[in-house]
Design a protein around this ligand. Structure first.
Ligand code: SF4
Length: 351
């Protein structure tokens, strides 16, 4: 399956892809940077439309989304390819492969599968969903008709046109800076030009009422500078305010940076304290199961209101309308607690 893309325009005898901030200019017979959008007979095609690289049922907390339909099951899938080339990508076998086939599944079939697994939503993840926007769009529109929500895990390196295109089906996005957000770091280790397109994406998504959570991978030795983190957090505070959830994720050695160590937990705790000192109310540490900063604390009375262990919810002390059981403070959590919240929510579909 391959389908003509929506997000492109013709420029002379070439085609300008509008799906991400790279805005590749692609000639006849050529393929864009991501390896999955190519030009044939003057038209841009999404070569991975209906071709799935991996699919799983996951807890929504794995995305991570912790202030959006907590405890829900999300049917998650990817295609191949990416618009970045992170040297430490944990899914490099998916993201850095080109011209790979995958399993043929139409949007209708994917929604049927999600419903069969009793998933409450669909997540477009494991590789960058911007590059397969049309496939995600067609799936998401059908999913909505059946009452499922749609979320993405993304680097946020989007175009304005993409933000506009996903508005009619997208409910939540995890934006992952995958480093400290410094231009020099990004150019060297991810191939992206810098953080500005990501900041603009966050601004636009929030303006459209789409829920956003921020993750930042703290990479020891090369991406753990607190001043860089402070700059990035200040920009996020300016556009999103103190209620946006911030997740600092622990790095583990992978791909071309497999010689680096795991992030020390103290480094993550320093980032946590920095964000709290800057005024963020909901800061989390990820990939350290059992750490107390995986929990949610009421910003008013300080009591723990959600206890987690990894992606599992162990305790819940909020009312149905997301008020602290102890002091009545209303937490900015969208949706309701899922009936699956206390179950084991991992189910591999295929890899
Ligand atoms: S999605 Fe981005 S990287 Fe891929 S062809 Fe379009 S502009 Fe280039």
């Amino acid at each position: 399956m391959s389908k003509e893309a929506v997000l492109y325009k013709t420029e002379g005898n070439k085609v300008r892809c509008l799906a991400c901030a790279r805005r590749c200019l692609i000639g006849e017979g050529q393929v864009g940077f991501c390896g999955v959008r190519s030009v044939r007979n003057g038209k841009l095609y999404l070569d991975v439309y209906g071709k799935v690289a991996a699919a799983h049922v996951d807890p929504i907390e794995k995305k991570p989304l912790v202030h959006f339909y907590p405890g829900s099951k999300v049917f998650s899938f990817s295609t191949f390819g990416c618009n970045w080339m992170c040297m430490y990508c944990q899914n490099f076998d998916i993201s850095q492969r080109r011209r790979a086939e995958g399993v043929e599944l139409s949007p209708e079939e994917l929604v049927d599968m999600a419903r069969a697994y009793e998933a409450e939503g669909i997540t477009y993840t494991y590789n960058e969903p911007a590059i397969f926007a049309e496939f995600a769009h067609d799936t998401g529109v059908i999913a909505r008709k059946f009452g499922l929500f749609n979320t993405m895990v993304s680097n946020g390196y989007w175009s304005d046109e993409l933000v506009d295109y996903v508005r009619d089906f997208l409910d939540a996005v995890t934006i992952d800076f995958k480093g400290n957000g410094e231009e020099k770091f990004m150019k060297r280790y991810t191939s992206a030009s810098g953080p500005e397109p990501i900041i603009e994406t966050i601004r636009s998504l929030l303006a459209y009422g789409i829920h956003v959570e921020i993750t930042d991978l703290v990479i020891p030795k090369i991406g753990d500078d607190l001043n860089a983190a402070k700059n990035l957090l200040s920009k996020i505070m300016d556009i999103a305010g103190p209620d946006i959830p911030i997740h600092f994720l622990r790095f583990h050695p992978d791909y071309k940076l497999d010689y680096l160590p795991w992030t020390p937990v103290e480094t993550l705790e320093k980032h946590y304290r920095l964000a709290k000192d800057l005024g963020f109310r909901f800061v989390y540490i990820g990939n350290v199961p059992g750490h107390p900063y995986e929990n949610t604390y009421c910003p008013n009375c300080g009591k723990m209101v959600i206890r987690r262990d990894g992606f599992r919810i162990l305790e819940w002390h909020l009312t149905e309308d997301m008020r602290c059981q102890y002091c009545g403070y209303k937490l900015p959590i969208k949706g309701k607690l899922s009936k699956h919240a206390f179950e084991d929510r991992f189910e591999p579909v295929f890899i």
